[in-house]
Structures are given as structure tokens and as C-alpha cells.
Write a new protein. Structure first.
Length: 441
């Protein structure tokens, strides 16, 4: 059967960027940067994106297009009757786990669309945030609405249509980010934040800096769970994978860096703690908005766009789970979407309750949401990434990879992929994984 293709290269780049750009950039990147000492983290993060993220991104796209299959089917096609398809299964499990708590955080963002209306310069933003996440009805409602939106898009199979919306909305997001940055850096006391963000303090490097940078690289580029394999399977032969991957990487990195520019100067100007964790974006940005003309208007639009950015990521996660059930078990798209989406909603309830009913829960010192996040980003994604790079490097072969990735490409790559995928990526990521487990446990 002919597989439906993205209508154009732009369509694919938008879809893949839609998957990449999301809460990872605007929520996770700033708080991880904040807990890791700022500028020094960014240097190591950029290196991780380039030397680990890019080769895996190219591998997943190529592998997906070559096989035209969901992640499990893709491994089955090239290595039937082996254990390799389990790597794809691991990806489906990651999609399931990440989406469950991703939707909770996206729900916080949705709640802030409405909350924005009452923000004033006198609001106590740390208190507003902690009151919100430790309440029950509201977070559950928004988590449910966000999952429902994700299910509706995937159930109707209109991913392509949603991406067209992105083409219009993305530039607006950029404009608001620039306005935020201008306001943020002109606040009194912003200079200390700029220094934190731009001047690397080499004495702050710890092993954690590397593990957090590498795992953030996986999360932000949607790697290690088959989302990019699945999207690649719809990519037309005419398009260059080397180049498409380059664009996705540049857009994703740009949004993350801009978010940091908007957040850190303000963090210091308002005397907040850069290492305050998952609340950082939700506490800082509303405060900046209240210092801007038409602040409420911009705040509403910003959280609306954040929700849409999160939605274009969440649909890529659910699509992995759903396309697996369709391809391998002949499920109907609607049934797979609603059933799996509902299960994911339920799995998201414990991290949601982690700030109220389950606030006594602690796994190695982490609350429920942090535990889900840790398990996904330090075990599942990198684990899957290592196995994918070993598979591409040694089983499918660098020759097949480069043939696919270089097709219709203005720049050709070969030996650099070989070196990275066969040896460096698996070794470095494995080392970081083991060390992190050792350190955390
Ligand atoms: N890349 C997305 C983000 O940065 C999150 C994501 C992870 C999406 C894994 C799909 C798969 O928000
Ligand atoms: Na991202």
C-alpha cells in the first residue's frame, strides 16, 4: 500500500519541528539550565545537540523513510526474527510515559491562559504556581482537555492539517519571545542574569552537567522514542534528510536559547532563584508580562501558543503508539487513539497528584513528576538512543544510512556519521547513563 506522504518538504520540516519544539524548549530547557549553573551548561548542551543529537536525528529520519514503518515494524523489516524490534517497543513505552506527564505540564500552561487575565504587577507568582499545581480539580480538568485535544487530532488523522497551522503560529511565537526578551533585559538588575546565561563558569562543571545536557538533547529533539522514525516514514524520497534534520535542529535550538534569554535576566531582576526547578518558566514569564504594555494580552497569547507548541509535540508521541497498533495489530485509528489516549491520561494522574495527595511520595528524593521525567530522560530515551545508534552503525550499516541521508542533499556526509554512530555516541551515552544511575541510586 502507498504510504501517505507529507505534501512538501516544508510540510515535513514543520511536522518534525512541531514535534521538537514544545515544553522541552520553553519549560524544561530553562529550568535544567538554571539548576546547572547557566552558561556552562549551554556550551555542553550545544555540543550534545551537534555530536549526539544530530547523528541520531538523521538516523531516525533515514531509518523511518527507508522502511516506511512504525518503529517496531521498522526494526522487524531489517532484522526479522531478532530481538531488535524490542527497541521499537521501548520507544512505544517511552511515548506512553512521557506523554502522560507532558500533558500534565501542558495543562498547567493551559490553565495559565485563563489565569493570565487576572495577573497584575502585585501578583505573587510563586504562590500562584504552587497553589495551582497542588490543587485538584483544575489541573485534572486541563490535563484531560489537553489529552482530549491530542486524541482528537490523532484519531482524525489530521496531523498534516495541524502542522499547517504551525506555519502561521510559529512566527507569532517568535515575535512574542522577542518582545519578552526586550522587556526582560531592560529590567533593573537584568545584567546579573545575562552574565549567568552567557558567561561560563568552568568551575561549575560536574558530571551532572553532562548527563543533564545529553538527556535534554534527546528530549528536545524528540529522539529515542520513535517519533522521528514514524514521521520519517511519511517523508518523500525527493527531500534531503541531512538538510531537513539541520533545519529542525536550528529551529529547536533557537527557540530554547530565546526562552532562556527571556527568562534569566528577569529571574535575577526579580530576585528569584534560577535553580528553582519546574516552576521557573511559570513563575518568571508572567512577572515579565506584568511589566509590559498590553501585558495581559501578550500573556494570554503566549500561553495559547505554548499550548499549541505542546500539542504538536504530544501528537507525535501518541502517533507512535497509535501507528504501532494500526500497523502491527490492524487496530482502527479511532479506537487506538481513544483507548490509548485515555490510558495515558490515567497514567498521568499520579504525577499530577504528586503535589497534593501524593506529596509524601519520594523515589530517590524525587516527586512523582520528577520520577517520570527521570525514568524517561535518563533511562528510556538514552537507552533507546544507544541501541538505535548501534543498530544503525553496525546492523543496518553506515552505507545504507548515508545512501538514505545523502539523497538529494547538497552536502554529503559519511565518515563522520560512521565514527559518531558506531563508537562515540553509544560509548558516551552509555557512560552517562551508568554514571547517572550510580549517582542517583
Ligand atoms: N521534543 C519535545 C519538546 O521539546 C518533547 C518530545 C519528546 C516530543 C519526545 C516527542 C518525543 O517539547
Ligand atoms: Na524541543
Amino acid at each position: 500500500m502507498e504510504r501517505e506522504n507529507w505534501t512538501s518538504r516544508l510540510g515535513f520540516i514543520l511536522a518534525a519541528s512541531g514535534s521538537a519544539i514544545g515544553l522541552g524548549n520553553i519549560w524544561r530547557f530553562p529550568f535544567v539550565t538554571g539548576t546547572n549553573g547557566g552558561a556552562i551548561f549551554i556550551l555542553i548542551y550545544l555540543a550534545s545537540i551537534l555530536f549526539i543529537g544530530y547523528p541520531i536525528l538523521v538516523s531516525e529520519m533515514s531509518f523511518g523513510r527507508f522502511t516506511s514503518k512504525n518503529p517496531i515494524g521498522a526494526f522487524k523489516k531489517i532484522a526479522p526474527k531478532t530481538a531488535w524490534p524490542w527497541v521499537g517497543a521501548l520507544g512505544v513505552l517511552s511515548g506512553f510515559t512521557i506523554l502522560s506527564y507532558y500533558s500534565v505540564v501542558a495543562g498547567w500552561g493551559m490553565a495559565y491562559i485563563v489565569k493570565s487575565i487576572n495577573f497584575t504587577a502585585e501578583s505573587n507568582f510563586p504562590a500562584i504556581f504552587s497553589t495551582h499545581i497542588s490543587s485538584l480539580a483544575e489541573p485534572i480538568l486541563w490535563h484531560g482537555i489537553f489529552m482530549f485535544l491530542t486524541i482528537a487530532v490523532i484519531g482524525a488523522g489530521v496531523v498534516n492539517g495541524i502542522q499547517r497551522l504551525v506555519k502561521v503560529l510559529m512566527p507569532i511565537l517568535f515575535v512574542i519571545m522577542f518582545l519578552l526578551i526586550i522587556r526582560s533585559v531592560t529590567l533593573e538588575g537584568a545584567a546579573a542574569g545575562l552574565e549567568f546565561y552567557l558567561k561560563p563558569d568552568f568551575s561549575a562543571i560536574t558530571f551532572q552537567t553532562f548527563t543533564d545536557a545529553i538527556s535534554q538533547a534527546f528530549f528536545t529533539l524528540s529522539l529515542g522514542m520513535g517519533a522521528i522514525i514514524t514521521y520519517g516514514s511519511y517523508l518523500s524520497e525527493k527531500e534531503s534528510i541531512n538538510e531537513s534534520a539541520g533545519y529542525v535542529l536550528i529551529f529547536d535550538t533557537a527557540v530554547a536559547l530565546l526562552a532562556g534569554f527571556a527568562i534569566f535576566p528577569a529571574v535575577f531582576a526579580f530576585g528569584l532563584d534560577p535553580a528553582s526547578g519546574p516552576g521557573l518558566t511559570f513563575i518568571t514569564l508572567p512577572a515579565v508580562f506584568t511589566q509590559m504594555p498590553f501585558g495581559i494580552f501578550f500573556s494570554v497569547i503566549f500561553f495559547l501558543l505554548l499550548t499549541i507548541a505542546a500539542l504538536t509535540s504530544s501528537i507525535s508521541m501518541l502517533e507512535v503508539v497509535v501507528s504501532f497498533l494500526i500497523d502491527e495489530y490492524n487496530w482502527q485509528r479511532k479506537k487506538a487513539s481513544y483507548l490509548m489516549g485515555f490510558l495515558i491520561f490515567l497514567v498521568g494522574i499520579p504525577p499530577l497528584l504528586g503535589y497534593s495527595s501524593f506529596s509524601n511520595f519520594s523515589f530517590l528524593g524525587m516527586d512523582v513528576l520528577d520520577t517520570y521525567d527521570w525514568f524517561s530522560n535518563y533511562i528510556l530515551l538514552p537507552g533507546c538512543g544507544i541501541l538505535t545508534s548501534i543498530f544503525v552503525g553496525h546492523i543496518w550499516g553506515i552505507e545504507n544510512l548515508t545512501k538514505e541521508a545523502n539523497k538529494n542533499s547538497r552536502f554529503k556526509m559519511g565518515s563522520i556519521y560512521a565514527l559518531l554512530l558506531k563508537y562515540i555516541v553509544p560509548a558516551v551515552v552509555l557512560f552517562m547513563m551508568i554514571f547517572n544511575i550510580y549517582q542517583t541510586v
